[in-house]
Write a protein that binds this ligand. Sequence first.
Ligand SMILES: [Zn+2]
Length: 93
Amino acid sequence: MRKKNQIEDLTGQRFGLLTVTSMNKVELECEIRTGCTYICDCGALGTTIARYLKRGSKEHCGSFECKKKLNAQRMQSSYKPHEDHFGVKNYAN
Ligand SMILES: [Zn+2]
């Protein structure tokens, strides 16, 4: 019933390469938003808007290396179940 204004605690959750270490407030465009402090796999610390993490628009600290790493992880792990949909035959010459 009181879901609307509830601040979801994302502490400990992983989004891409980022692990949320604590929740806080972030001011963005003169509004106070729910923010997350995160640590990236490379050790970089930062703060972002919680909603960015949840919708998948923030998944690494922003460095080129981490972007590459994330892409590589995706290729290896999560694409297998979808092979049928993408059509494995396309890889043949
Ligand atoms: Zn990083």
